[in-house]
Design a protein around this ligand. Structure first.
Ligand code: FAD
Length: 411
């Protein structure tokens, strides 16, 4: 059945989206709503199928979705925002855990504004389902982008189901939503004058789980829990199954030292005794041994676009460290911002409809130029803020005088 909120499409305008992650799947829904025919190509198999669940690259199990991200869902369809909100657990503040076990709540806002914990797997499934339901969208899994010719509007994919055979598709617009190591960005850099920088920080992360306690959450579920310890920290976000996902962020040399003497349990006993008691020594040991240790990097590039033909969205344009909880949220905001600019230029050209597939190449170029000028600057700022917030979370939140001053400044 056709999706009720979708405008009639202009079938001759085709967008090819590279990457079926959080941002690519939302972009597919937006473009389809605006009349584009959309082909989304994802290199991995369909993660919604039970056999493929483990195929997802290791990433945080849950993440924080904020108003920045929810706004983009709402603009597409308020019912979609409502469905996402059904999956979240609100977090109204930080809960700071001192070494002696004392917990102090720092609310984010006196009026109750909050962020929300959501499962990454549940959210991507919901967005892919939404894209699947949109008329004009075709999802192609097992297709890895390898090459593009932006002048002629062609993208080439390696089709895993056909033994890696190359498939060439035509596109009026190529959307690179293929994450931090974007191949679309690589091709754009080879073709135009793009500034680019990428930096790995000297810290990595490892995830753990905290089980329920007597059938309920072991800690207050409506807080983001932080154990700030100066140069490293543990954080915990709640999940709907009464567990918490805990993440240890720490300098690589400390991970290296723990690997050498192998005693993660005594490390937790020294620095996070209350968390260790709730997680259990066997679990901490087993998960530290089994779970991957992830690296953290940030990148900036400018422009985010190439002529009227290509645009980068999400991590492909501005991967950031996770300490501000804004990577995905900013990616969603990219999609909303692009849509707003396209609609404005459509209207300025006298078309009072909402089908951005009707934009001419010239108008499309104007839209992409404006988009890039605005977003490159804004996202560069948030990449920096995300880095600054690591110091805030792992050290400054433990400083009572600093926290009080910040709170009073916010009133
Ligand atoms: P991705 O999620 O990387 O998706 C890219 C997709 O493209 C993938 O599916 C990939 O398989 C596919 N792909 C890649 N190359 C190709 C190719 N050549 N051909 C075809 N397909 C390809 N953000 C928040 O907003 N809040 C948080 O609380 C938060 N916490 C985080 C915690 C951690 C530990 C980490 C690491 C990140 C966190 N983030 C958070 C950031 C968030 O995960 C990213 O910003 C978000 O996943 C970016 O989405 P994306 O769709 O742009 O890229």
């Amino acid at each position: 059945m056709p999706h009720p909120s979708h405008a009639p499409r202009t079938p001759e305008r085709r967008a090819v989206i590279v990457g079926g992650g959080l941002v690519g799947s939302l972009a597919a829904c937006y473009l389809a709503k605006r009349g584009w025919r959309v082909d989304l190509y994802e290199k991995r198999p369909d993660s919604r199928k039970p056999d493929n669940r483990d195929s997802a690259e290791h990433r945080s199990i849950n993440l924080a979705i904020s108003e920045r991200g929810l706004s983009a869902l709402r603009r597409l369809d308020p019912a979609l925002e409502a469905r996402v909100k059904d999956l979240v657990i609100p977090m109204y503040g930080r809960m700071i855990h001192a070494l002696d076990g004392q917990q102090t709540s720092h609310r984010y806002d006196v009026f109750g504004k909050h962020i929300n914990s959501i499962g990454r797997g549940a959210l991507i499934q919901l967005l892919l389902d939404e894209a699947d339901r949109c008329p004009g969208v075709a999802l192609h899994f097992g297709h890895e982008f390898v090459q593009a010719d932006f002048d002629s509007g062609q993208a080439v994919f390696r089709d895993a189901a056909r033994g890696g055979e190359h498939v060439t598709v035509g596109a009026d617009l190529i959307v690179g939503a293929d994450g931090a190591f974007s191949q679309v960005r690589q091709r754009m850099m080879a073709k135009g004058m793009m500034n680019y920088s990428q930096t790995y920080i000297e810290h990595g992360y490892c995830e753990f789980s905290m089980p329920p306690r007597r059938g309920d959450f072991a800690l207050d579920p409506n807080h983001l829990h932080i154990w700030p310890r100066g140069s490293f920290m543990l954080i915990a976000l709640p999940n709907p199954d009464w567990t918490f996902t805990c993440t240890l962020f720490m300098p690589w040399d400390k991970f290296g030292a723990l690997a050498a003497d192998g005693d993660i349990v005594s490390f937790f006993r020294t620095h996070f005794p209350d968390a260790l008691q709730l997680m259990g020594e066997d679990r901490v040991h087993a998960e530290y041994t089994a779970n991957p240790k992830g690296s953290l990097m940030y990148l900036k590039c400018s422009p985010h676009t190439h002529s009227h033909r290509a645009v980068l969205l999400g991590d492909a344009a501005h991967a950031m460290v996770p300490f501000y909880g804004q990577g995905m949220n900013c990616g969603f905001e990219d999609v909303e911002a692009l849509d707003r600019i396209m609609i404005r230029i459509l209207r300025a050209g006298g078309d009072l409809g909402s089908s951005t597939a009707a934009l001419t190449d010239k108008q499309l170029r104007q839209a992409l130029d404006e988009y890039s000028a605005a977003r490159a600057e804004d996202t560069s700022a948030i990449v920096d803020l995300a880095l600054d917030n690591y110091v805030e979370m792992r050290a400054k939140v433990a400083d009572y005088a600093y926290v009080t001053r910040k709170y009073l400044e916010g009133l």
